[in-house]
Each structure stands twice: as structure tokens, then as C-alpha cells.
Design a protein. Sequence first.
Lengths: 210, 278
Amino acid sequence: MTRPVYSLTITDPALDYLDRLTLGIETMAYGKAVGEAGVVAVQRRLSEKNVDRESHSTARRLGATPSGLFADMARSIGYGFMTSRDGVVISINHVAASQRFHGGRIEPSAGKTYLTIPAIAEAYGVRAPDAPVGLTPMIRRDPATGTARAVALQEDNTGPSRGKKKAQPGRVWYWLVESVEQRGDPKMLPDDDVLAAAVSDAIATWFEEV
Amino acid sequence: MPQIRRPISFPEAVKRLQRRGLLPADLSASQLAKISADIRRVAEFSARVTNEHFLNLAHEVISKIVDPALTGRAPGSYMDKATARLELRKYLQAIGYVPDTGAEGSIKDLASDARLNLIIETRTQMMQGASRYEQSRDAAVLRTFPCEELYRLELRKEPRDWKRRWSENGGKFYGPKDRMIARKDDSIWEKISAFGNPYPPFDYNSGMWTIGVSRREAIALGVIEPGAVIAPKLVKERVDLTAAVGDHNPALINAALESLKKAGIDAIVRDGHIEERQ
């Protein structure tokens, strides 16, 4: 089952009330101040996550340069208004945001049997068909069932290497798995009280400036 | 039969073809020059079309990264940087792209990891930066978030000296941590940019980005006075060519201008960018 791109919603019933006020206050303007406060709070949290060494465990384990997932998310934030106009939506427009926040099982896309899990630093952040070497499946027989299955993609010496290094046939680039279970990371977003404080501050400032 | 396994020069190709009897051996220098020019014209045309198609494809895949709503959301249907790189490389392979001799694997090689990553990263971030710029410069937002801070979002092995660049362009530092903060309508944002844009990224492969600073904090730090009014700014649509092609190839620029004209956009070239005529 797919999930929508993650969005955080801030609703404020006061907007309806403000709508009715005759003081020239525009709910759009009020909402924009709230939206920007939400964006800044979420961006700050994602920026902290990006420089946190604990956030890049796979890259660190492989000795690879982190892909900058949280930085990508921090650059992808925006706000919009709910169609009912009684709330503001803070969106992280990044394909991995929802999966990272909620976690859950990841399975291969239609027509594919395996997920490719990088086994070495060079494979990190690289699609298997785009690897700079030729790859051959490594087949193993399950001693319990006797059935053979592919367990990894290993380097062979057939590919046109884009790198300068000498081919290392037999070197495992990717492990092949049928699915993975990813843990969610709700800490990638700011705590509710941090968000509430940011929004309150923005609302107070907006009124002071009107 | 011997195969050509590497790019060869035109004179060398002529000699090989002559040896194989595919070209008359008694061509004069001027005749050879004419053939050379004809082939070069075809090659230039091919390069122009290649680049134009490549740019279109790059724009398409990068737009899908920036706006995931443009793709499906099931695994395998969406676009990310690794998939975008694969798509662009597949295209270059399909058209038989060959880099210039000696440029293989370098940043001048359109199919190299370094070049493709640079194209994807820079163009993606420019779209994101422009989008955020537009939203954060709204008059209502400027009341509550009138300033912006330049900060390090991503670590780099060899970071540029941004404090120096900031200072040399008239930027001031605030707070005990010497934070680089300025009004959103300050000209420093364009001055520190290698692309002339008032929004990030401000340079190739830069890990720096901007974040809004609230009015209360900006006043407390002494960046602005109470009651300061920040002017909203409109950003002109600019298409950066350097990120995609690395140089200002006249044939490519003309092809891009012609394409825009067909689409009803009157564009001009200025400072290495294509922008709509105002």
C-alpha cells in the first residue's frame, strides 16, 4: 500500500472567526505567517538531523558519503492552505519523507523480485543498472529446502568500468532481499511544543505588525 | 576487421577509411577540408539536437524530483536522484554519446558520474531555492520573517570560506556564533551567488542554504529596527545553462532561444542565463 507524501497539518478554528472580523485582517495573510513559521521549524529540525551522525547509519557502516537525505527534505518544504481554508498544510515534497517518518515494509516494484541493498560504499546511492561495473547474480542453494536463489549481485569483468580501478570479480556490490522492514523516525519532525511555540510567536508578531 | 574502440581525430579517420578503400586515396587537402567541414556541420547539428533533448529530459526528471506529485507513488514509479542519473545516462547511451578525447570520466564528460550528479544536484536545488524564495518573500511572510540566515545544511570535506565571502560582500555577523543574517531584501543574497540569484544554491556543490529568521529574533540580534519594512521582491524566471552544459555553446543557446520562441516566450541571454525579456 502506498502512502501520500508526508504533510503536517496545522488547523486553527480561529481563522473562521477572523474571517468574520471587519478589521481588514486577511485570513490568507495570517495563514501565510503561520505557514512560514511551520516551514522554518520543520526545516530547522531536518537540518539538525542531517548533521547528526546517528542519522546516516548505513552510509557510516559502509564508509560511504551520506546521500544527504534530510538535507534534501529540508530544501523541499513549503506550505499551502487547506481547501476548507481553516488550516495550513506544511509539506515535505520528498518521496522518502513519508516512508522515513512512518516506517514500514518496503517491497520491490511490480515486475521485480528483489530489492538491492548496497553492500559496499561504491554501491551506496547507485541503482544496480547504473553501477560502473558488470554484475552477475550470486546463486546459493538453501540447505534446508534445496532450492537455489539469487542472494547477491557480484562484480564480474564484463562491464565497461567508468572508474579507474581494476575490476574485482566476485566482489559483492548488492545483497538481494525480497523485502525490508524499516523503522519509522518520528523524531525527524519537531516536537509538538516546539511547533506550537513557533506558530504562536508568528501569530503574535503578525498582530503586532498589522 | 579492425574496430575503432576509441574516439579518433578526423585526419586519422580519413587515413583509416582510405586504407580500407572507402575513400579515394587521392583527395586534395581542400577536398578533405570540405568533407571535414561537412561532417563538422552535421556533428554540430547533432550535438545541438542532442543537447536540447538532453536538457528537456533533464528538466523533466528533475521536475519530478522537486514535485513528487508528478509521478506515481508506488515503489519504482517515483523519481529520485539515483533514478534520474540512470535515466539521463540511458539516454546518452541510446544516442551513442561519446565524450571528447581526453575528457572521459571528467566533469567535461556529459555521461560521467561527476557531471550528471552536478547537473541533477544544481538544477534540483535551484528549483527548490526559487520556489522557497517566492513563498518567503510574500508581504505577509515578511512581517513575521523579515530576515534570513545563511547556514551550513550539509557538511563538506573541503568547505568554502563562506564567512569570508559574506564579509567581502558587505555582510555582517550577529550573535556570539557570528551568524550570517541579513534582511531578505538585502542585495547581499545576489552578491554571494555564483549564479546571480538571490536564493540558494549560491555555488556549485555548496552545502549552504538559507532559513528564515523571525522578526523578534532579528530585532533582538540587532539585524533590523522595530517597525522595519522589508520590500517584497519578484524574481525573474532565469534558466541557468551553465549547470547543464558547462559552457556557453552558441548553437545550444540559439536552439534553446528558438524553442522558447516557438513556445511564445520572448527570451534573451544575459550573464550566462536565459531569461524572459521584460
